[in-house]
Ligand binder design. Structure first.
Ligand code: NAD
Ligand code: LMR
Length: 334
């Protein structure tokens, strides 16, 4: 089988250090798919990428067909089948949201343009670097020849966090849960939704009511503990660990691509994909939704009911995405 070319940007950083070894071992694409890695870094990050490449060699991964390191996006994306856009400009003290968007537009705009020019025809792009949804929007807008549905931003980490919190609350293995959805932005406004979730085939809402002493107690727990815990988990990790989630983010990126390529079956997961107006989300935004894949790409699972409270939460997160998009437009970036 020909090797799949996988480009990882920000490969010398924290997430890169967890991600590269999982890709090279076959966790992402499968034990029968050789991979060729391309590592894109900025000049000051090249040493980190070079160090990771030395360690990749020392692992003697049978599936690893080669590793190239570059600081040139056109070299990194040349012939790429998959691109994981991890490298981003972090928010630093005193930086306004508009400054952050402008700095990242300066990264994701040129990377989108390079993907447009040199990536393989079947390119698929997963954006991890924050603000991930709007970075996906910028990259896609800068790649007019690549269909917008080939881009997605990662909300799989939020999805997995929601599943893990529910499993702990219900004292069940995570594998017994299905049907969780994360809606909206990969930010504190996101809405982790359990209205359609089941545990061993039974509605999670019923199981929570039994465990917590009634439907009202379950609603209180969801509103006051579950939703904020999941939505602010990134900040909690930063506070405890001193830097943002890395191994769990890499794991989520692996799961995102693996399920895209190997199909979700009749289950769904969450990803921020291009909106065509589903669930009232404006066209053109990258907003998290329930998605399934038949192996050719993620598509939004339609037809789920959102009650008034869920609708209000999704609307608030979408309003934030609209404001980010408008700020990027005002900068004249796209
Ligand atoms: P990091 O700072 O450890 O690494 C980022 C790397 O990107 C650095 O090595 C840096 O040199 C590189 N880089 C910066 N600009 C680049 C460019 N233009 N081209 C190529 N490389 C570039 O950060 P990290 O912990 O690896 O996190 C990376 C990003 O992922 C951050 O934006 C973080 O907020 C985000 N993140 C997203 C999620 C999610 O679920 N979507 C979860 C965790 C972290
Ligand atoms: C996460 O969800 O862990 C990160 O996106 C948090 C962050 O702000 O880097």
């Amino acid at each position: 089988m020909d090797a799949t070319t996988v480009t990882v940007t920000g490969a010398g950083g924290q997430i890169g250090y967890s991600l590269l070894f999982r890709i090279a071992s076959g966790d992402m694409l499968g034990a029968d798919r050789p991979v060729r890695l391309r590592l894109l870094e900025i000049p000051q990050g090249l040493k980190g990428a070079e160090g990771a490449a030395l360690e990749l060699q020392d692992c003697a991964f049978p599936l690893l067909a080669g590793v190239e390191i570059t600081d040139d996006a056109r070299v990194a994306f040349d012939g790429a089948n998959l691109a994981l856009l991890v490298g981003a400009r972090p928010r630093t003290a005193g930086m306004e949201r508009a400054d952050l968007l402008a700095a990242n537009a300066g990264i994701f705009g040129p990377q989108g343009a390079a993907l447009n020019d040199v990536a393989a025809d079947d390119i698929r792009v997963a954006v991890v670097g924050n603000p991930a949804n709007t970075n996906a929007l910028i990259a896609a807008a800068s790649a007019p020849d690549i269909p917008g549905d080939r881009f997605a931003a990662l909300t799989r980490l939020d999805h997995d966090r929601a599943v893990a919190q529910l499993a702990a609350a219900l004292d069940v293995p995570v594998a017994h849960l299905r049907g969780v959805v994360v809606w909206g932005n990969h930010s504190a406004t996101q809405f982790p939704d359990v209205a359609h979730a089941t545990v061993d085939g039974r509605p999670v809402l019923d199981a929570l009511a039994d465990r917590l002493g009634g439907a009202d107690a379950a609603t209180t727990w969801l509103d006051e503990e579950f939703v904020p815990r999941v939505a602010k988990r990134g900040a909690e990790i930063i506070a405890v660990r001193g830097s943002s989630s890395a191994a769990s983010a890499a794991n989520a990126a692996i799961s995102h691509v693996r399920d895209l390529v190997h199909r979700t079956g009749d289950a769904w997961t969450s990803a921020a994909v291009l909106s065509h107006g589903e669930y009232g989300v404006p066209d053109g935004l990258y907003s998290s939704a329930p998605v399934s894949s038949d192996g050719t790409g993620y598509r939004i699972v339609e037809g789920l009911e959102l009650d008034d409270r869920g609708r209000a939460r999704l609307d608030a997160s979408v309003a934030e995405l609209v404001a980010e998009r408008d700020a990027v437009h005002a900068l004249g970036v796209i």
